[in-house]
Ligand binder design. Structure first.
Ligand code: ATP
Ligand code: MG
Length: 317
C-alpha cells in the first residue's frame, strides 16, 4: 500500500467489508455481517473510501494523484463540521483500527475513509451557483437562462450572479453526462416538498460555505451536493463528499477576472496538459488519453493540498 499508485485502482480487499459500488472516485463497502457476528455495532452503515483516481473529459486517467483521496475525505469532514448547525450529515465514525473483525475503518484506508449512515440517495445532483461558468455558462449563452432561471443579459465567463441560484441536474448512469433540469422536473421526480427542501438546504449550504471561503481568499463559484434520506429517522441528510475541489469550483479571489476561464484549485493542470499539443491527444477522438507526466501529477497533487490548506488553515503534510 506504500506504492504511489496503490489507491488509484479498483476496490480493495478490506477485512470486515464487502465491496458494493464504485463510482468514478469513491468505492463503497457494506459490513461483511457474518464476519462481524451478524450485526454492525454502528447500525446500518457503509464504508465510503475516496481513491486517488482522477478523471477529466469523461476519461479515467493514469496514474492517480497521490493523496487526493485523503484530501477529499479530510476536506469533506472539515466542511461537515462547519455546516453541522445547518444540516445533519451522514458521517458516523472515522475511527481506524488494525483489528479486522471490529467493523471500524481498516488501517490501510485510514484518513481516506468514513463510516457513514446508509442513505436512500435522492437521484438529484444539487448544484448551487454564485458565479457563471461551465455548463451554466453554456446554457446561458444558448437561452439566457440556467435550468429555466432567467439571468440578466451581458454576463460572461466568471461573472458573479445577482444572487446564488439552485440549478439541479439529474444523476446520469455511468458513462452518461448529468443533465441540467428545471426545478419543476426535480419536483416531478421526488415530490414538491422534498424538492423544496433540497433547494433550500443547497442554497443555505452554499451561502455559508461561500462566506467561509471568501474569508480565506477563495471564491466558491459553484458546488454540487448530494442528499439522502435516513431510512430509520426519515430525516434528509447531507451525504457523499462536500465542498471539495472535485465537487466545487474554487477560485483564488485575488485573481478573479470575469471574461475568461479562471484559475482554479482543482484538476486544471490535468485538463490544460491534455488539451495542449504536448500530450498529442485529440479530445474529439475516442482514443483514451495518454499517461500523465510526473510533473503534471505532482502539480495537481500540490493544488489539492493547497486547496485544503487555504480553506481549513491546517496542513495535511
Ligand atoms: P461521480 O463521479 O459522477 O460523482 P458517482 O457519484 O457515481 O459518480 P462517486 O462519487 O465516486 O461516484 O461515488 C460515491 C457514490 O456513493 C455516489 O453514487 C453517491 O450517491 C453514493 N453515496 C454517498 N454517500 C452515501 C450514503 N451515505 N449512502 C449511500 N450511498 C451514498
Ligand atoms: Mg459523486
Amino acid at each position: 500500500a506504500d506504492q504511489p499508485d496503490a489507491f488509484a485502482g479498483g476496490p480493495l480487499d478490506l477485512r470486515g467489508w464487502r465491496h458494493v459500488y464504485s463510482g468514478k472516485v469513491r468505492d463503497l463497502y457494506e459490513p461483511d455481517l457474518p464476519a462481524l457476528g451478524g450485526v454492525h455495532p454502528l447500525g446500518d452503515v457503509v464504508l465510503v473510501v475516496a481513491s486517488d483516481r482522477v478523471s477529466a473529459y469523461d476519461h479515467a486517467l493514469a496514474p492517480g494523484i497521490p493523496d487526493k483521496g485523503v484530501v477529499l475525505t479530510q476536506l469533506s469532514l472539515w466542511w461537515f463540521d462547519q455546516l453541522a448547525d445547518l444540516v445533519p450529515n451522514h458521517v458516523v465514525s472515522t475511527e481506524a483500527s488494525a483489528e479486522p473483525g471490529d467493523g471500524l475503518v481498516p488501517d490501510v484506508v485510514a484518513g481516506r475513509a468514513m463510516i457513514c449512515r446508509r442513505l436512500e440517495m435522492f437521484p438529484v445532483e444539487c448544484v448551487a451557483r454564485g458565479y457563471l461558468t461551465g455548463s451554466g455558462l453554456a446554457e446561458y449563452r444558448e437561452s439566457g437562462e440556467v435550468t429555466g432561471i432567467p439571468l440578466p443579459s451581458g454576463l460572461v465567463d466568471g461573472s458573479r450572479l445577482p444572487e446564488p441560484i439552485f440549478t439541479p441536474a439529474t444523476k446520469a448512469e455511468a458513462g452518461e453526462h448529468d443533465e441540467n433540469v428545471p426545478f419543476a422536473e426535480v419536483a416531478r421526480r421526488i415530490g414538491d416538498d422534498a424538492a423544496a427542501r433540497l433547494r433550500d438546504l443547497t442554497l443555505a449550504v452554499y451561502s455559508r460555505a461561500e462566506q467561509v471561503a471568501r474569508e480565506r481568499g477563495v471564491i466558491l463559484a459553484d458546488t454540487k451536493l448530494e442528499f439522502g434520506v435516513d431510512p430509520v429517522t426519515g430525516v434528509t441528510v447531507l451525504g457523499d463528499e462536500v465542498l471539495t475541489p472535485d465537487s466545487s469550483r474554487f477560485w483564488p479571489a485575488a485573481e478573479w477576472e470575469p471574461g475568461h476561464a479562471q484559475p482554479s484549485f482543482d484538476k486544471q493542470f490535468v485538463r490544460d496538459w491534455l488539451t495542449s499539443p504536448e500530450s498529442g491527444w485529440d479530445r474529439a477522438s475516442d482514443v483514451p488519453p495518454p499517461a500523465l507526466p510526473a510533473d503534471v501529477v505532482e502539480r495537481t497533487r500540490e493544488r489539492y493540498l493547497e486547496a485544503y490548506e487555504r480553506l481549513t488553515g491546517a496542513t495535511l503534510r
